[in-house]
Ligand binder design. Structure first.
Ligand code: AHR
Length: 519
């Protein structure tokens, strides 16, 4: 009897202790200077990428004029509208690996006469070239995005590259400009960004950095800005954390380049054995979200080399491929890189975009991979159906940061620990837009605990009020399906209050909150 009583008492004490522990939520503090100025958050950090890969271009964007899916000159209307709503600043095309095996002449002229080619990197499927230069530039005009073309260094020539640029952008009476006119486009297009190759350390030619540095100098010599087009050339940059590529490029090209790319994908546990996009537990939640923070290290490696040769920070970093790369969805071909997209990916994007904001002195462009049906996509399609992913909603909520001024911010966040993973629970960024409206975006990666945030905001306009939106869900792998396309979407947030310069907010577990502070 005595023993039973003792065990009952011990169990009650444990239960009370557990309840007390969960009632005690986590707390964080921050300070924001609403009148400060840490430079512009370029809208181009919110760029996208469309490659001839799987169902990104064909099916996802291009269905052709004769399709029963409503389209404008072959481009699906539902996808175009969704991309317009996202105000996407720039779109990179045609690859990726595809770019260094792409010959632009295959994609111009009457469609029936365009050659069929093997897509050698992505499943060796046949590309009809129905989607080529004119179609891509039309897509950019339909969605209101700047064009970012990737040229072919790996299997092309400097002449092929310079001719493409002349065909696209020259306004005078040259043979190439007249050929463009004959193919239906009178006025030249603007091409503000042009990549001199892609991943030339790998699928773009397996080159050593010393060799590529020389090729870059050669190709760049012939890539001219014609007829008022002001084109930024983008040199190929490193693979993830590889610091040597940046060192060699800094030493051998240095201020001879205006921008260099950087590719960093979040992959776990390894490239050979990737975790799935959904159906995961807390181990994979913590692993993916902490691995994605290594973007900081990848950017830091490039900055270190650039700071040596370019202390005035003239050379920019374009992170023109990033995002989560999971195992392909069961039943889809591996080469198509088709994956679902969950709440976890929205949090990954929030943290990564905050890192880009922090590095805005050099990081002025980024392109998440890829825009439709491939990797961390904004949009998934199936026949005539389309859904918006949690990553899409995150990008839509973050439009408020486009071209806004980054505000000075100090944050003291509790840690989220799981197994051998440890990371700050909160990631926060703040900006002021051209109307003076302040936005604070906050992600909480803790899967179970809310965080009470107390934030002092100096310099707010008199009479400012706080409103907000939140993206969250019950399940760690919550996602949208064609049957339930609105499972994860933003809703109004009422967990914040503002009293003078004291902002208080309860940030729910596994959520992203965007607060708006204005009279
Ligand atoms: O985005 C998919 C592929 O990833 C791209 O083609 C290539 O550049 C990178 O390795």
């Amino acid at each position: 009897m005595g023993d039973l009583l003792f065990r009952l008492l011990a169990t009650s004490c444990l239960l009370i202790a557990a309840n007390l522990a969960s009632a005690e939520s986590l707390s964080a503090s921050a300070k924001v200077d609403a009148a400060g100025d840490e430079g512009r958050i370029s809208r181009h950090l919110y760029g996208h990428f469309a490659e001839h890969l799987g169902r990104c271009i064909y099916d996802g964007i291009w269905v052709g004029q004769d399709s029963s899916i409503p389209n404008t000159r072959g481009m699906r209307n539902d996808v175009v509208q969704a991309l317009k709503d996202l105000s996407i600043p720039n779109l990179r095309w045609p690859g990726g690996c595809f770019a260094d095996d792409y010959h632009w002449r295959d994609g111009i002229g009457p469609k029936g006469e365009r050659p069929k080619r093997i897509n050698m990197h992505w499943g060796q499927v046949i590309d009809t070239n129905a989607f080529g230069t004119h179609e891509f530039m039309d897509l950019c005009e339909q969605i209101g995005a700047d064009a970012y073309l990737a040229g072919n260094v790996g299997s092309g020539t400097p002449q092929e590259m310079r001719d493409w640029i002349e065909y696209l952008t020259f306004d005078g009476d040259s043979e190439l400009a007249n050929e463009r006119r004959k193919n239906g486009r009178d006025k030249p297009w603007k091409v503000p960004f042009f990549g001199v190759g892609n991943e030339n350390w790998g699928c773009g030619g397996n080159m050593r950095p010393e060799f590529y540095a020389d090729l870059y100098r050669q190709y760049a010599t012939f890539c001219r800005s014609w007829s008022g087009n002001r084109m930024t050339l983008v040199a190929c940059g490193p693979n993830g954390l590889d610091a040597n590529w940046s060192k060699v490029m800094a030493d051998r090209v240095g201020r001879g380049m205006r921008a260099m790319s950087l590719h960093y994908y979040t992959v776990y546990p390894s490239w050979r054995d990737k975790t799935p996009a959904t159906g995961f537990g807390e181990d994979e939640w913590a692993a993916i979200l902490s691995e994605s923070l290594r973007m900081e290290e990848a950017i830091g490696n490039v900055e270190k080399e650039f700071d040596r040769v370019d202390p005035n920070k003239r050379i920019d970093i374009y992170v023109d491929e990033w995002g989560a790369w999971y195992a392909g969805e069961p039943g889809t071909p591996g080469y198509a890189l088709y994956q679902q997209n969950s709440l976890r990916d929205a949090l990954l994007a929030a943290q990564t975009l905050h890192i880009f904001h922090e590095h805005n002195e050099r990081v002025t462009m980024a392109n998440i991979a890829q825009v439709v049906n491939v990797l961390q996509a904004m949009i998934l399609t199936e026949g005539d159906k389309m859904l918006l992913t949690p990553s899409y909603h995150l990008f839509e909520m973050y439009k408020v940061h486009h071209d806004a001024t980054r505000l000075p911010l100090q944050l003291d966040s509790p840690e989220y620990e799981h197994g051998d993973r440890e990371m700050p629970a909160l990631s926060v960024s703040a900006s002021r837009d051209s109307e003076g409206v302040v936005h604070v975006s906050i992600s909480n990666v803790h899967p179970r605990e809310a965080v009470e945030l107390e934030c002092e905001i100096e310099g707010l306009a008199d009479g400012a009020k706080v409103t907000g939106r939140v993206l969250t869900a019950e399940e760690l792998d919550a996602h949208n399906t064609f049957d339930e396309p609105e499972n994860v979407k933003p809703s109004a947030f009422d967990g914040a209050s503002l009293d003078g310069d004291e902002l208080k907010a309860t940030i729910p577990p596994r959520s992203v909150v965007v607060l708006r502070l204005a009279p």
